[in-house]
Design a protein around this ligand. Sequence first.
Ligand code: GLC
Length: 693
Amino acid sequence: MIRKYVFGKPIETGAVAMKQTACDKTEIPHFSVKLQEDKTAVLRCQLGQSDMIYGLGENVRGINKRGWIYESNCSDDPNHTEEKRSLYGAHNFFILDGMRAGGSGKRFGVFVDAAQKVTFDCGYTDSEELAVTVAGGGFVLYLLENGSLRDIAKEFRKLIGPSYLPPKWAFGYGQSRWSYMTADEVREVVRRHRENGLPLDSVYLDIDYMERYKDFTVDEKRFPDFSEFVEEMKAEHIHLVPIIDAGVKIEKGYPVYEEGLKKGYFCKKEDGREFVGGVWPGRVHFPDVLNTEARKWFGNWYQVLLEQGIEGFWNDMNEPALFYEEEHLKEAQKKLCGADVDHMDIWGFFDFKGTALGIANRPEDYASIWHDMDGRKVCHEQVHNLYGYYMTKAAAEAFARLMPDKRILMFSRASCVGMHRYGGIWTGDNQSWWSHLLLNLQMLPGLNMCGFLFCGADLGGFGSDTSEDLLLRWLELGIFTPLMRNHSAMDTRQQEVYRFGRQEDFRNILNLRYAFLPYLYSEFMKASLNDDMLFQPLAFAYPEDDFAPRVEDQLMVGDSLMIAPVYRQNAAGRYVYLPEEMKLYRFRSPNSMDIEVLPAGHHYVDVALNEVLVFVRPDRLAPLSYGGEYVADVDSSRLLLLHFIKTKAVYKMYDDDGYTKDVNLERNITEISVDSSGKIAVKGAGKPECRLL
Ligand code: GLC
């Protein structure tokens, strides 16, 4: 059952796809509600000692969010350290589970549908209290109370509508770097992958493909004859994926700028002048994507690149990131230039330093941006968390208009619940730290709960220098994330896998991704079409198991498998908890593995640097391919079955053409069953030749 409560006059976010009738009362079970004078609402709920809090999507810390305070306030912050409260997304859904021994006896999900800042104090200020604070301006709260953790997550997903579906090639391995400066550099990346037998499906173009960082332009000198280059890459089975930034460069003669200005489609200041911010292109205006006409106009610009053969994009800097606001920059300059450094005491010095360091992403500057929401003038503060979402919606709506039958790859940095229908996300500027490998794993279930299924982190780490072992271990997790992209920042160690010594290990790891493709794609599509999760914490899959909720470093991947990646340097193994007897496949490559059955309980398992542990649940199957150099090269008519048969296992394998929107769950299913004697039977859409592994 879903209950809806409306407070004040909320701005319609479009997050919810299934309309609900609001309750008359504003008394919410489990919560006390206090409306403060400044219209801020505070909702409090008592926590039992063992209560756990799941969800909140893209955030720091563990799977259980208890003990910290999180803020939904999309932020461009590349330092994802533990003390941070907010990253790039605003994912306001959580489930409180107090049904275990020592718990409060409550279990429910809460979604705060709001476009402004929301704070989730999960027992940080008072360890026995959960406090949700919603900044003034009105909001809608949904309370979901039926069934298991997984049921509640599914019910929420139904409420917010189906998750975005990418094309199948987007499940291939992608190589990225800020930036490949020329077409020849890209050719070199592709050549070295192909020469070394390293599978690859996409190369990402960061901001330097553009002319002076202007959206929807291509630098003709460094990337001449772009559409021919796109075709040349396609002939090599490589998709080029260009970045699009939120800020539009202010430059005379640049059509996006000129046209946007003429039509009044950019965000304004309160006095009606265009807001001027500073990002990569220098001085920019931000398209007012919250305005229907402006959104349509901005979306149409993607056509410039679609027409040149591009089939995928990543939307960036759309919190929107603000390196500076023009007027404040001038004030800061005056202050710094006027500072009397000869007579400055230490507090004066800190003020001086703070003035320089505090120029970016200032709340006051965000508050000076105004939107025209179809006739209604709205301060950005009220809708901050919608910007990245609506920029992505602009693109997705344009794709639907321009290429109605085709799936286009789209993922974004900033996001909010609702955007999950229009694109995936990557988790922004992480670092080449071992802790960020674990963070990548721990974020996945929360992202799935909020509808973000197509997601992934910068594998190997974006900032700082990676190490060979970190990259290997990270790719060993990345094999299972729908977006599998290696991306790194300029001035960091070059991170393409062919730059390292253990070529055979890298080749095997990437090959494993292509081997797992039939299972991964099938589980992804089923999860998406059934409003389910691809990555579940163990507590979701084993509701009766008392130890499962404590496991913070293993995940269920789809219905058949569990993974337990290594995330510590120099670790030659790790502890693994098995809630039930499972079969362990210890892969070194798709053709080389050890297999053993392990009883339920705690194990210390050796894991060499080139090994991937995959655990199969009893009476479950997972179809694997024989690998491929790129997604289209993977032959799904010949399958190898991971299996752990006690009595009988049946696997419903989903597959489709990977490009069109013909994603029928019934028509596209092949049913593969294996009985205890090892006999395989296949019926349904395809007739793959199957062999037990
Ligand atoms: C931002 C993005 C990063 C990109 C860089 C340059 O930091 O998060 O992925 O490489 O901008 O465009």
